[in-house]
Every structure is written in structure tokens, then in C-alpha cells.
Design a protein around this ligand. Structure first.
Ligand code: ATP
Length: 219
């Protein structure tokens, strides 16, 4: 059964690193669909520069016309912090017990997993796919080493064979792009062309989000 994969994030704003990560994961997992889920209130980081509805609009513009990529706004409809565990339970409730469900995380997000709400129970509900990310440091919490020793795999096919429980390590071509880099460049009045999709650049230039708005933003 084809897995359903979820890529959660703040997407403040969405950039090409997110989009490549989604496409790489979709191909490796043979997933029909990757859902990109913007969070309303990220529990583990400073609050986003731009509101949830705006981040969702940019995400929708970024993925328009890309096969298999969709947005899922369920975390914007909940009040309070966006806990991934609750999101996974909600999606699991919709897709039934048998379909493989995969939570896709960049290596930096995976490194922070032991601080997440009910993190040890996540693999009861879904698989995890950990994507390499160039700016993630190599240190890993011993609790994650234990998780990788018991559930780790490098074979994406193993995730199609069960509904949940495996942790896949996936090498993807390195894209050293982050939302922080994009926000910094926008604040400095510098170009972000080829770091974010053109449709998102147009939206940011039109609205002045992130303190942008000078003509250089479209360069
Ligand atoms: P910020 O710089 O504001 O912290 P970010 O670029 O890390 O943001 P997020 O929206 O927090 O973006 O990331 C959502 C998910 O996408 C996370 O799991 C993150 O690890 C992953 N991700 C983001 N950028 C990349 C990238 N360049 N390569 C691989 N994974 C990425």
C-alpha cells in the first residue's frame, strides 16, 4: 500500500530546500502524496515572522502544479501549540490502521525529537524518514541512537511493508538553504531568487512581508 508522507514545518517562508526534500522523500518512498503541514504555533522555537494564513498561502503558491504535493491546514485549525503526535493521530484516524504513514524530518528536526510531546509514541503511529541536511550538526542524543539501533533502516521498501515503526535514514542532495537565510536576505533588501519559488517572491514583494518590498526583491 502506498505510504502517505507528511512534511511539517513553520515554512516561514517555504524555500527550495523544503520542496526538494518533499520530492526526494516522495520518490524514495514511492508515496502517492506528500502533505506539507504548516504549524500554527511551533512549540520548540521562536514565533514565526509571518502569520499562519500567510505561510499557508505561500506554501500553496509554491506547490501549485507539482504532482503529489499538497498542503494540509489541520494544524491551523487547532488552538494552542501544534503537537506532531496529535497531528499524526488525527491523520491516522482518517487513513485507517493499515496504510503506511511517514513523518518526514530534516536531520536538524530529528536531533530535537526527544524534546517533543510524546515523542517515544510517534513510531507507534507512523514511520519516520530522516533526511540529511547540510547545516545539521553530527551530534546525536543517545536516546535517538537507541531508537536508530532498534528501528533504523536504510531501505525505503521496509516502510511500505508496515503501517508504522521504522526509522529510515535517507541521503538527499545537500541544499544549504533555510528560512532564516531567506528572511535575513529579505531584511537586507537582497535577492532571494532561486532560493524560493518565483510565485512566493511575487507574493512577498507585493505584500512587504518580512520587511521586504523594495524593487530588488524581484531581481
Ligand atoms: P528556520 O531557518 O526558520 O529554522 P527551516 O529552513 O529549518 O526554518 P522549517 O519550516 O523549520 O524550515 O523546516 C521544516 C522541515 O523541513 C524540517 O523537518 C526541516 O529539517 C526540513 N528542512 C528544511 N530545509 C531543509 C533543507 N534545506 N534540507 C533538508 N531538510 C530541510
Amino acid at each position: 500500500m502506498s505510504p502517505l508522507a507528511l512534511l511539517g514545518g513553520t515554512f516561514d517562508p517555504v524555500h527550495v530546500g523544503h520542496l526538494r526534500a518533499a520530492i526526494e522523500a516522495r520518490e524514495a518512498l514511492h508515496a502517492d502524496e506528500i502533505r506539507m503541514l504548516p504549524c500554527a504555533v511551533p512549540p520548540h522555537r521562536e514565533q514565526p515572522a509571518v502569520g499562519p494564513e500567510q505561510r499557508l498561502l505561500m506554501l500553496q503558491a509554491a506547490i501549485a502544479g507539482i504532482p503529489g504535493l499538497r498542503t494540509d491546514a489541520r494544524e491551523l485549525q487547532r488552538s494552542g501549540p501544534s503537537y506532531t503526535y496529535d497531528t499524526l493521530l488525527s491523520v491516522r484516524g482518517e487513513i485507517g490502521e493499515r496504510r503506511p504513514l511517514v513523518l518526514v524530518l530534516g536531520a536538524d528536526a530529528f536531533a530535537g525529537l526527544p524534546t517533543w510531546y510524546r515523542w517515544r509514541e510517534i513510531t507507534n503511529v507512523a514511520h519516520i524518514a530522516v533526511l540529511t541536511r547540510p547545516d545539521a550538526h553530527g551530534l546525536i542524543d543517545p536516546r535517538l541512537e537507541d531508537l536508530l539501533a532498534s528501528a533504523g533502516t536504510a531501505d525505503p521498501a521496509r516502510l511500505a511493508a508496515a503501517a508504522a515503526g521504522q526509522v529510515l535514514r535517507l541521503q538527499i542532495p545537500p541544499m544549504p538553504v533555510s528560512s532564516t537565510l531567506v528572511r535575513t536576505r529579505l531584511r537586507q533588501g537582497r535577492s532571494v531568487r532561486f532560493l524560493v519559488p518565483d510565485a512566493v517572491i511575487d507574493m512577498i514583494a507585493d505584500t512587504g512581508w518580512y520587511g521586504a518590498g523594495s524593487p530588488v526583491q524581484r531581481a
